[in-house]
Design a protein around this ligand. Structure first.
Ligand code: URA
Length: 235
């Protein structure tokens, strides 16, 4: 038996938090009876679950690793008509949603899935997924700046947590952070008066961008999926 909101999220109804709202709002039925209690457990193989009257059957979960090019927005739709990451995916993948966000001009590893449960876990601040970025700057980065990045930087929304920072060449850094604040890396660099010429995410949790070309995607391997779930779906 599993918690109802977990099963709903896994079947793509929404994030786990959204599914909790749907349950308390009385929009979810199990075997013909509206269930509003959040602790309710269901048998995903036997119980008939409906959302707004529609049967919510098990769907195959898809996990895509995409190399986001710069100059597209990480959203399913843009009312302003700007290019979105969805423009790069064929129609068979249009039901997926991006996990988290990369800025318009940031490139690199973006996960897309229809697994609401995993999305919730990966984007929840409690889970602290490590993310590694490559930063191309306009100047050589000195020792003092490296130390500041490592220790944490005071931004308008508070100090950043300690980071792991490596210098690959005088103007190219690799930084690993686990927070997911808006434009965090760009703001950290700007606080040090260093311009970012290019920003690319190369790693997230156990996932690596590798040599996947920009604008291309691939499905995760079974091993990558298992590792991701073991890391983030055990609680
Ligand atoms: N940090 C940023 O500044 N931008 C991103 O897109 C991701 C992390």
């Amino acid at each position: 038996m599993e918690r109802l909101q977990k099963v709903l999220a896994r079947r793509g109804v929404g994030s786990r938090r959204k599914c909790e709202e749907y349950i308390t709002a009385g929009r979810v039925e199990v075997n013909g009876r509206i269930v509003r209690e959040l602790g309710s457990r269901v048998d995903p193989h036997r119980d008939e679950i409906r959302f707004d009257g529609q049967l919510i059957a098990a769907v195959a979960m898809i996990y895509l690793l995409f190399n986001k090019p710069p100059f597209c927005i990480t959203t399913r739709e843009d009312p302003g008509g700007r290019p979105t990451v969805m423009d790069y995916l064929p129609s068979s993948y249009q039901d997926l949603h991006p996990v988290g966000r990369l800025d318009w001009d940031t490139e690199g590893l973006l996960l897309l899935t229809n697994d609401g449960e995993l999305t919730y876990k990966l984007t929840h601040p409690r889970h602290q997924v490590d993310k590694t970025y490559r930063i191309w700057t306009d100047k050589r980065v000195g020792k003092e700046e490296m130390e500041k990045l490592r220790r944490g930087i005071k931004l308008e929304d508070g100090w950043t947590a300690p980071a792991v920072v490596k210098k690959i060449s005088p103007g190219l850094l690799e930084i690993s952070i686990h927070e997911g604040r808006n434009r965090q890396v760009r703001r950290m660099m700007s606080a040090l008066k260093l311009a970012v010429n290019r920003l690319q995410r190369i790693r997230m949790g156990n996932l690596e961008l590798g040599d996947l070309p920009a604008g291309e995607f691939r499905e995760l391997s079974s091993q990558e999926k298992e590792q991701l779930k073991a890391l983030f779906c055990s609680s």
